[in-house]
Design a protein around this ligand. Sequence first.
Ligand SMILES: Cc1cc2nc3c(=O)[nH]c(=O)nc-3n(C[C@H](O)[C@H](O)[C@H](O)COP(=O)(O)OP(=O)(O)OC[C@H]3O[C@@H](n4cnc5c(N)ncnc54)[C@H](O)[C@@H]3O)c2cc1C
Ligand code: SF4
Length: 477
Amino acid sequence: MAKEPMLKFVNVSRAMPEKRDAENRKGDFLEIYGDFISDKAEEQASRCSQCGVPYCQSHCPLHNNIPDWLRLTASGRLKEAYEVSQETNAFPEICGRICPQDRLCEGNCVIEQSGHGTVTIGTVEKYITDTAWENGWVELIKPSTERTETVGIIGSGPGGIAAADRLRRAGLQVTVYERSDRAGGLLTYGIPGFKLEKDVVMRRIEQLEKSGVEFVLNCNIGEDITFDALREKHDAVLIATGVYKSRDLQGPGAGSEGIVRALDYLTASNKVSFGDKVTEFENGELNAAGKKVVVIGGGDTAMDCVRTAIRQGATSVKCLYRRDRANMPGSQRETQNAEEEGVEFVWLSAPKGFAGNPVSGVMVQKMRLGVPDASGRQSPEVIEGADYVEDADLVIKALGFEPEELPKLWNAEGLEVTRWGTVLADFKTHETKLPGVYACGDIQRGASLVVWAIRDGREAADAIVEQVNAAASVAAE
Ligand SMILES: Cc1cc2nc3c(=O)[nH]c(=O)nc-3n(C[C@H](O)[C@H](O)[C@H](O)COP(=O)(O)OP(=O)(O)OC[C@H]3O[C@@H](n4cnc5c(N)ncnc54)[C@H](O)[C@@H]3O)c2cc1C
Ligand code: SF4
């Protein structure tokens, strides 16, 4: 697999002279925001004051037992730290890499709150489980009893595979249906490799396969197999399909060549990093090399696009967002990373149209923030007479995602959706209005986070196990 280029390096010999060679597990260089060596992890972990009011834990969607695994790490008991960590999280090394910790555990660390800088919880979590993999402590799932009941999971993103992990542990037979050519959902084809290395995702998929989970790839439910046939085949079905309908832009020139969707752009880049031949990358359509790139949007997807474009060798990368920095939805940490890498943010700016075909520029309207709307957010208002053209030969639309119309696509009568188009399901059990059909992750809660999809998958799996247990005891009576 091709290695992602790393932009910012710190030479270990300069940063930590006394630690060079013997203890540096990954070579001569460490990425500033990435890996660190063992006793640095222990040092970080020992900064935890064991405050007794673990806001970090209550602000982690999985309620990870953070204070305990920090304490174990601080005393060098990494195997035990791993055991505690994996009790509540099926994929700790993934969350450690890509959770927006500044909004979750770390943002609520009392040391951070008192102005002394957070314990870097995510990086310690990643370190513990990476070490567990290196030492062979991550074992295959071996259920104590094999059961005959089967579960069909539609979608192999974090929600689907977290449920698969839990269901296999309970001994159920699990098949995951995935329309893409690789499993992993947005972990594989959405999130870029410089944030989440693809071998980290693939080794988890392999572990599940070797533990008995069957993956059926290139299988689009609704097309290759009907939803009804799937319900017939399995004792329970879990919908974990994510949200994939990209929000679009209107205005003159919106259909011009050179204006592309964020997910197409990121998927192409990820496929290339797997070593795949991607025609649209090779012919330049989905490749930022040598181009003036403008990304439209202010969320995490936009941040991934700008940072990917920098790595591909764009001549300039600008991010257009209609509100200001304080009101952008993306992580502040990612925005800062992007700025340090050379991305220019053009705040309070919205696209009005596009010049040229192929595109040569974005017609920009300048905005100001007006009075707050019903949600309390200030609405952007156009400043008349301040329009200008921003040069661009690649425009990437990163405006967010909505659910596909599943009931219509699947001819699934009785599968109810909310007014946002997400599948309507109980928030605790995740059961939909169709008996034996469950939903989890983005397709239930709307575009969200990996850690929430993992939690939903776990809860849905527990409810499915309860359902099959209840059915088994009725049958036994
Ligand atoms: C570019 C990008 C970057 C992100 N970065 C982060 C981040 O850094 N940190 C974070 O926490 N979150 C991030 N997110 C959000 C996060 O990826 C999602 O919240 C999470 O992946 C949702 O998991 P899921 O299992 O619900 O769905 P997905 O990961 O979307 O997986 C759904 C799977 O279902 C498959 N599928 C859909 N329909 C069918 C069908 N009919 N038949 C068969 N298979 C089907 C899809 O192909 C896909 O593989 C990011 C999202 C994007 C778009
Ligand atoms: S899962 Fe995410 S929020 Fe929870 S401890 Fe890990 S990094 Fe923090």
